[in-house]
Design a protein around this ligand. Structure first.
Ligand code: SF4
Length: 64
């Protein structure tokens, strides 16, 4: 199964990813992304790709 990887050093907490996929991402109290579910199914890929594209600092990637 593909998984979502987040670079916590890069993340600036813009929360674009949360807006694209609120079931998959959250923001911690420190203002850094939390990946709620690392693994995702193919039916969710479009949403994950949208979240990856939405990140202004390219902190998210998909590992197939
Ligand atoms: S969009 Fe990028 S910078 Fe913003 S919270 Fe998500 S991972 Fe972090």
């Amino acid at each position: 199964m593909p998984i979502i990887k987040a670079d916590l050093e890069l993340c600036q907490g813009y929360a674009n990813c949360v807006m694209e996929a609120p079931k998959l991402f959250d923001i911690s109290d420190d203002g850094i992304v939390v990946v709620l579910e690392e693994e995702f199914g193919e039916e969710t890929r479009g949403r994950v790709e949208a979240a990856v594209r939405s990140c202004p600092v390219s902190a998210l990637r998909i590992e197939d």
